[in-house]
Design a binder for this molecule. Structure first.
Ligand SMILES: *Cc1c(COP(=O)(O)O)cnc(C)c1O
Length: 361
């Protein structure tokens, strides 16, 4: 078999090898039917089963009840920055947003085009290296919704529990930690996530919407931007990203076969602890950039003493086939993204590399 590198990319991210190999087996001729999933009508019985299975398995993984619609939409998480306010901002036209990073800011920018946005809390004062505490939230009782970003991919911070927002619908951009641990979907009005961090290739967003919120979409809204269109047509109003959804379905099966989200959380906690321990036990040689209590299980961000050392670290790591470790340009430093499919062995090897690098530099 051809070699695989350790892919620490923040997204598109690493996929389970079992999923890649299974899709490779069926790539040329899906289950012997004589054509690839990519070439198949989305209206065919075979594809109908593929997308129905993906939805069923996703519902099983996250325990999603019939009170929620599950959709696979195009436009990534980014289009949801617009679709959320366009659909559920009325009738109040006010929304609360918690600003914990670059993606939160993009969501705020689009919501402002629809109505009034109250930034309920922000951690911008210290370059988003922490998550605002519950008692710092300045919430509007009659807001249409409260929006938060559960995991801040760029800064390496993560909400450990959902913000408490009373009866106001909670909306979550979960692009980079969806399916990394169990969550109680019933606490949410909307959960959305681009596929390409923890669920599959790029090209789709998973959108879970409480059905009662679907009543808010204005009639004047463009057909394609209206959640009801996609909910009523089972994500088949137009041609969906068929291959992406197929791979997402294989990832869901992989998760179910490996013990579901509780098992995944244990693995993720173990992997993240190994890296954070390596940082904390380095006598200050490596410095974690996020507040300890808010550290992400998915994106581990840290610095060395100088930019020069960081450059050297990345170059030497790349020579050892550790790819994608360069931090986002807005924070610099190192970022190791260790999504669900990232192998534990790769984290062990990175920890060893960090020890060796420290000794030699
Ligand atoms: C990557 C990312 C996005 C953007 O996702 P697209 O699917 O590329 O639009 C949004 N939010 C978060 C938290 C992300 O990590």
């Amino acid at each position: 078999m051809e070699k695989r590198i350790y892919n620490f990319s923040a997204g598109p991210g690493v996929l389970p090898e079992e999923v890649l190999l299974e899709s490779q087996k069926d790539f040329y001729s899906y289950k012997g039917e004589g054509l690839s999933v990519m070439e198949m009508s989305h209206r065919s019985k075979t594809y109908g089963n593929i997308i129905a299975d993906a939805e069923k398995d996703l519902r099983a993984l996250l325990n999603v009840s019939d009170d929620y619609a599950v959709m696979f939409l195009q436009g990534g998480a980014t289009l949801q920055f617009s679709m959320v306010p366009l659909n559920i901002m009325p009738p109040n036209n006010k929304a609360d947003h918690i600003n914990t990073g670059a993606w939160s800011k993009k969501a705020i920018k689009e919501a402002k085009r629809v109505g009034e946005v109250n930034v309920a809390a922000t951690s911008e004062d210290s370059n988003f290296n922490y998550i605002p505490k519950q008692d710092a939230l300045n919430l509007t009782p009659d807001a249409s919704y409260v929006h938060f970003t559960s995991n801040n991919t760029i800064f390496g911070t993560e909400f450990k529990t959902e913000p408490e927002v009373g009866d106001v619908p909670l909306v979550c951009d979960a692009s980079s930690d969806i399916l990394s641990k169990p969550i109680d979907v019933n606490k949410y009005g909307i959960i959305y996530a681009g596929a390409q961090k923890n669920m599959g290739p790029a090209g789709a967003a998973l959108v879970i919407v409480k059905k009662t919120l679907l009543e808010r979409s204005p009639e004047t809204l463009h057909t394609y931007l209206n959640y009801n269109t996609h909910a009523e047509k089972g994500s088949m109003y137009n041609t969906p990203p068929t291959f992406t959804i197929y791979i997402m379905g294989l990832v869901y099966k992989w998760l179910l076969n490996n013990g579901g989200l509780e098992a995944m959380q244990k693995v993720n906690e173990t992997k993240a602890k190994m890296l954070y321990d390596a940082i904390d036990n380095s006598d200050g040689y490596y410095k974690g950039s996020a507040a300890k209590e808010d550290r992400s299980l998915m994106n581990v961000t840290f610095n060395l003493q100088t930019e020069e050392l960081e450059k050297k670290f990345i170059t030497e790591a790349a020579a050892k086939d550790f790819s994608g470790l360069k931090g986002h340009r807005s924070v610099g430093g190192i970022r190791a993204s260790i999504y669900n499919a990232f192998p534990t062995k790769g984290v062990e090897d990175l920890v060893q590399f960090m020890e060796d690098f420290k000794k030699n530099n």
